[in-house]
Structure formats: C-alpha cells, structure tokens
Write a protein that binds this ligand. Structure first.
Ligand code: 13P
Length: 255
C-alpha cells in the first residue's frame, strides 16, 4: 500500500523565526498518523531550528538540495553529512528550478541521488517537462530520460527510499495545474518506466507525488487518481491556512 505523502517545499522563503512559527503550527495539527506522511523542506538557514521543533512529531524534515560531493573545497555547498547532522531525513533532488535556473544536469542529479541513498537519506527525485517539450509531444520522452539517467546505478533495494515527484515545469508557480487526468497519465507512464528499469513490484510500491500549483481546492481531485500518491507543494505550503487543508485533504480521517 502506498501511504499518501504530502510535502511542502518552502523554497527561498522564511526567516528562522517565521519557519519555526509555521513548523510549530503544523506539529500541533498534524498528529502521528499511519495513514499519511508529511514533510517540510525549509531553507537551509532554518533547518537546525525547525529540526528541534519537529523532534518527536509526525512531520519529517526535508532539505531542498545537497552537494554531489561528500566534503571538501566546495564553497557555498551543503553536504549530505551536514543535512543528517541537523536531522534531515529527506532531500529534494533535481527540482526544476535547480535544473533550469541553476543548470543541473541528469549526471549531477544522479550523483546526488546515489550519494544521498548511500548515506541513508530518503530522496525525492523531481522530474518534469517544460511547456515547449509538452507542446512538441515529447513530455514522456523527457520524463523517461530524467528517470533513467537520474536513477542510473540505483539498486532496487535502494529504490524503496526514493519518491518521484512529477512536476511539469509549466505548472510550477503559475496557477496552471495539470488536469488530474494528465497528471495521472504521466504517473502511469512513470510506473511503466520503473517497471522496465526494475520490475512490476517496485513500480507498484513507488510513491509518485504531483507538484505544480497544488492548492486546497484541487488536492482532493488530484489525490482521487489511482496513480497520484501525494503532492509536492510550493506556494501553498507557506501558510498553515493553505497547507493544512492540503494535508487534511481527506478530512474525516484521523487528523
Ligand atoms: P507551486 O506549488 O508554487 O506551483 O510549486 C511547486 C513546486 O515547485 C514544489 O516543489
């Protein structure tokens, strides 16, 4: 069974004080619940402070990126050991902003994925096509390449620590959501690629999140789709007013 996984990517927002305040609100409202997994990824500067707020809670701590190298002369980078040291258990790798704004390619992303997994950090690997790629009819090909390259050398036992986030670039921060049908179709395709790379069983248990303008008013219909197992939420994860209803999309359960 795939446990719904709702994650908030706070991107380059929030001071330590603001991050701690929101984390506290979430911890108070999100009770330990086997029916759902919740994670937040504050900016690096707030990780340490937020980590102590989340300790013993049902909310996992995530980071938004990490270095491909383990240590050494890498000015401005943050290592896997540093992330683990502050209590991070998930790292987002290959976000489209890293790919398209900061020029990260599949090879670099693959290095990061393998390093994180080798140090027992859970990975959220982001994939997704641009609008131009979708219009040219190559969305599936692009996503397939990102998966094949990004997961190169990742063994099937390690894949259980990987979540895939399908984030069509044209839907991020634009207010344009992929229709639940389009998103689900790509998730089906992702499972097909994973079946070819690994096997059917691996594909069946893989958690695939959708990301791109997820809001309280569309989470329910997205999550109703068979192959959408969660959400990676940007803008709407920055306030409890919008993030809590997303976490509690199926209100009436234990929360
Ligand atoms: P928005 O929810 O703001 O579109 O961002 C999505 C995203 O990039 C999450 O990683």
């Amino acid at each position: 069974m795939r446990v719904p996984f709702i994650a908030g990517n706070w991107k380059m927002h929030k001071t330590i004080e603001e991050a701690v305040a929101l984390a506290k609100e979430l911890v108070a409202k999100v009770r330990d619940n086997v029916q759902k997994k919740v994670m937040i990824a504050p900016p690096f500067t707030a990780l340490y402070a937020v980590s102590s707020v989340l300790k013993g809670s049902a909310v996992f701590l995530g980071a938004q990126n990490m270095a491909a190298a383990e240590k050494g002369a890498h000015t401005g980078e943050i290592s896997v050991h540093m992330l683990k040291d502050v209590g991070v258990s998930y790292v987002i790798i290959g976000h489209s902003e890293r790919r398209h704004v900061y020029g990260e390619n599949d090879q670099l992303i693959n290095k990061k994925v393998k390093l994180a997994l080798s140090k027992d950090l859970n990975v959220i690997l982001c994939v997704g096509e641009t609008l131009e790629e979708r219009e040219r009819g190559i969305a599936e090909k692009v996503v397939e390449e990102q998966l094949v390259n990004g997961l190169q050398g990742v063994e099937s036992k390690e894949l259980t620590f990987v979540t895939i986030a399908y984030e069509p670039v044209w839907a991020i921060g634009t207010g344009k959501t992929a229709t639940p049908e389009d998103a689900d179709a790509m998730h089906v395709y992702i499972r097909k690629v994973i079946t070819n790379l690994y096997d059917k069983a691996a594909a069946a248990v893989l958690t695939i999140q959708y990301g791109g303008s997820v809001k309280p008013n569309n989470i329910k219909e997205l999550m109703a789709k068979d192959n959408i197992d969660g959400a990676l939420v940007g803008g709407a994860s920055l306030e409890s007013d919008t993030f809590l209803p997303i976490i509690q999309f199926n209100n009436g359960d234990a929360e």
